[in-house]
Structures are given as C-alpha cells and as structure tokens.
Design a protein around this ligand. Structure first.
Ligand code: GLU
Length: 305
C-alpha cells in the first residue's frame, strides 16, 4: 500500500467539494478560517509519516483536546473515572443541560463538553497550578513538537462566549461531581480547545491509541492496552456528536471531530490519520475531512471490522 499516493488521490478527489458547508462562527477567530483549505497526514506506528495539502497549517484543536483530557484523567483516576462520567452516546441531547440534570450531574460521555468538565477537574485535582502547562505538555510530548502553544485570542473568546459550557460546569458542581471551582475548570477546558496544532502533529499525537497505549514518539507507556481499547470504543461510539453512528458506518474506524474542521482517526496496530478542512456540515463535522477519511478507509481497506 502506497500511503503517499493514496493521500494525493484523495486530495484530488475532494478538491471539487472544497468550499461547501460553512465554517464555525460562534467566535470571530474561527469565522475567519478559509473554507477551501484541506490537509491530511498519516503517521504509522513504525515511524512513517505521509502528508498532503495544507497538512502543515495550524488551527485550534477544539474538541480533539477531549481525547487528551480523557486519557490523562483515565491514567490518574483509573476505573473510578466511570463513577463520575458515563460512556453512552449523548444523541441529540449533546448540549443539553436537561440531560445533565436528569443524569444527576453525571455527563453522558467524556467527549461532550459536560464530560470534559469532569476529566479536566480530575487533572486539576492531580496537577494543581501546573494543570494548564501539563495539558499543553501532554500534546507536545505525544507529537514530539515542543513548539506547540495556545492561541490566546481563541482561549479568551471561548472564555467570554462559552456560557453554556460554564453552565454545565456549575450544574455538575451542584451535584458535587466537581472537586474544583467550576469557573476554573471551564477556563482550563477552553485553553485546551485553543491549543494550536497541524495535521502532522495531530496524527502523531494519537499514535499511542494505535499502539496498545505506548506512545512511539516519546517511547512512554501512557495507558494500558485495555484502557486504550476503552478509549477507542468511546471514540467509535461518541466521537462525532450526533452523527457518530454515521461516521462509524462510513469510515469504520474510531475517531474524533472538532468544530475547527479537524478529524483524527486510528487504525489499531497500524496508523493514525488526521484530516482538516474548516467548512462543516449541519452536523458540525467537517464535510471534506470526513469524506477524505471515508475515501482513505475504502482505498486502503483499513477498518476495525
Ligand atoms: N470550544 C468548543 C466548545 O466548547 C469546542 C467544540 C468542538 O470542537 O466540538 O464548544
């Protein structure tokens, strides 16, 4: 299988779709993204790296950061994590305070904003004032790119506009499912979302999910093989908002989408893939990045099924 050739074919094939859909506009810093950008990168467990298009362009990783928060919280709290956050798809109640209320402050899964409040809270209890730095260091170490940083403007805009997310944090706290102040937890969540990376960094940074929990970039064991199996299961069932079933159907691989138009996906034992194109469909998933991943799975025959 010639991965580079396949990426170039995909880039040609999605070209006519570029510009369809619309970029996220809830904050101005995302609304200015160029909808015609497309990049894709593949990192293999044995050190191979392939990329095409705008794979070196930086964007805020947004919800993809929830994978890293979940990973760190799982490493800290082990199976006790599941007393505080469930692992069911949130369905069309993804952003629902009502659902959280009915769940007595236990978020449906760690990839919702409510779930990220809990995972971030766990990291904050363990790391204290070093939390913000450690969130960044985690992705720097996984990707091997020490120059990654926060986009301060995006972080501040998210903090200013993220009323619903702050409401989640307060509601969870009212059920005594946060150990730290909800405003601090929400603020640290917004900073994670504002970490900037490119497709190459992102593909490398999730390689530990393909390698039984060992990060091949830093050669560190991050989680056990069994824990990674659980994270990949959650990525498959909950990684793409209300259309996680559709993504599983089309691509057949665990993955996670972000509102900035990126998607990461993993082929256990083999490789990690990141695709990015800022224009989203109505479901909040990048139109072209999801199409590119579907093409990649079809052309390479890679699937977990
Ligand atoms: N910062 C965004 C939010 O909290 C992330 C959303 C996403 O990527 O899904 O709403």
């Amino acid at each position: 299988m010639n991965i580079q050739t396949i990426l170039e074919e995909i880039s040609d094939e999605v070209n006519s779709l570029l510009g369809r859909g619309s970029v996220a506009n809830y904050i101005p810093a995302l609304a200015i993204a160029d909808p015609t950008k497309f990049g894709m990168a593949v990192a293999t467990v044995d050190g191979g790296l392939y990329s095409v298009g705008d794979a070196q362009d930086y964007f805020s990783i947004q919800s993809i950061s929830k994978i890293f928060a979940l990973t760190q919280a799982f490493a800290i709290q082990q199976d006790d994590l599941w007393r505080r956050v469930s692992r069911e798809n949130a369905g069309n109640e993804l952003n629902s305070l009502l659902q959280l209320e009915l769940g007595m402050g236990q978020p449906r899964n760690p990839l919702t904003n409510a779930g990220a409040m809990v995972t971030t809270d766990i990291i904050l209890s363990a790391k204290g004032k070093d939390t913000k730095a450690s969130l960044l260091e985690f992705i720097q170490e996984r990707s091997g790119n020490k120059s990654l940083g926060f986009n301060e403007e995006i972080a501040q805009l998210e903090i200013a506009h993220g009323h619903r997310t702050k409401a989640f944090a307060h509601l969870i706290a009212s059920f005594r499912n946060l150990e730290n102040h909800p405003q601090t937890v929400a603020m640290l969540y917004f900073y994670q979302c504002a970490i900037e990376a490119n497709c190459i960094d992102l593909a490398k940074s999730v390689l530990f999910l393909t390698n039984r929990g060992c990060c091949p970039v830093s050669n560190k064991q991050i989680l056990s093989a069994s824990q990674v199996k659980r994270i990949n299961s959650i990525l498959l069932t909950c990684g793409h908002y209300d259309v996680s079933g559709d993504f599983a159907f089309r691509v057949g691989l665990p993955g996670k989408s972000s509102i900035s138009g990126a998607i990461v996906s993993v082929v256990p034992g083999k490789m990690a893939i990141a695709a990015w194109s800022p224009a989203l469909g109505k479901d909040g998933v990048s139109l072209v990045a999801s199409e590119a991943l579907e093409l990649f799975a079809a052309k390479t025959g890679q699937s977990i099924f």
